[in-house]
Design a protein around this ligand. Structure first.
Ligand SMILES: [Zn+2]
Ligand SMILES: [Zn+2]
Length: 257
């Protein structure tokens, strides 16, 4: 099913797709594009009542200073870490070969799901340690907890070490799982989306957590609780690790359906 699309991409944009810079440009662009709709909701605030009723902490909209601070941290991280890493990749890594065969739809969906589950496990451990060991928390993770009511631009309000770790896993995991390039790129975009959604501060009817039964998937509601009660809900996406380790906290707000 994906073969015609893959053939078109492979035959017409081969140089762009083979560049080691492509995944970096793809994830950075997706991040800003995916933040924009939520940013518009925050700026409009109570003027968009139909939207605002889905806000998880309705009285806590980000201020201009908060938006500028997060944008500044993101810009700083991109100039100091992402850009040099991208240039390094461009210099040192040869262009990747493009396979002729496209992945099947099931293979693509399974690969994206497998990558999300693996990342969820890795980040759970990282996150747990960076809350339980005070030095790690203060040195590396505290910056992400500047705001107890998350908003989209707070997603990448991260210390450099956290950004490097997240970038390392999202690049390495698809290789470890033997994923097709198209699956890897799809995972990267989906991962950016779910991370932004986790921090968006709204629990919309189309939130991914509502697609899964029995609270299997946490989503924005669960991560919002983590920013209010930082010793709970360490897993970024799913709920099983927090339930197993006894760190799961229930949602504190039930938005209208
Ligand atoms: Zn967060
Ligand atoms: Zn945390």
């Amino acid at each position: 099913m994906l073969q015609p699309l893959w053939d078109y991409m492979r035959l017409n944009h081969s140089e762009t797709l083979r560049s080691p810079l492509f995944p970096v440009i793809l994830t950075v662009t997706s991040y800003f594009v995916l933040c924009l709709p939520y940013l518009a909701c925050d700026i409009m605030g109570k003027k968009w009542l139909t939207i605002h009723r889905y806000k998880l902490q309705p009285d806590k909209l980000p201020t201009k200073a908060m938006l500028l601070h997060c944008s500044g941290v993101t810009l700083y991280n991109h100039l100091l870490l992402v850009f040099p890493a991208a240039v390094g990749q461009w210099i040192w890594r040869p262009p990747v070969p493009l396979p002729e065969r496209a992945p099947g739809l099931l293979e693509l969906a399974g690969g994206v799901g497998g990558n999300l589950l693996l990342f969820d496990f890795q980040y759970f451990i990282w996150h747990y340690l960076h809350h339980k060991i005070r030095w790690l928390y203060v040195t590396f993770h505290a910056i992400h907890h500047n705001y107890s009511a998350p908003f989209s631009l707070a997603t990448q309000c991260l210390g450099g070490w956290e950004l490097v770790t997240v970038g390392f896993w999202t690049t390495l995991n698809p290789i470890l799982l033997g994923c097709h390039l198209l699956t890897s790129w799809m995972f990267m975009v989906v991962h950016v989306y779910v991370s932004v959604e986790d921090h968006c501060g709204y629990d919309f009817p189309w939130s991914i957590s509502r697609l899964f039964p029995l609270g299997v998937y946490g989503g924005p509601n669960k991560h919002d609780v983590h920013h209010q009660k930082p010793n709970t809900n360490f897993a970024p996406h799913f709920s099983h690790w927090d339930k197993l380790f006894g760190t799961h906290a229930d949602f504190n707000y039930a938005p209208p359906l």
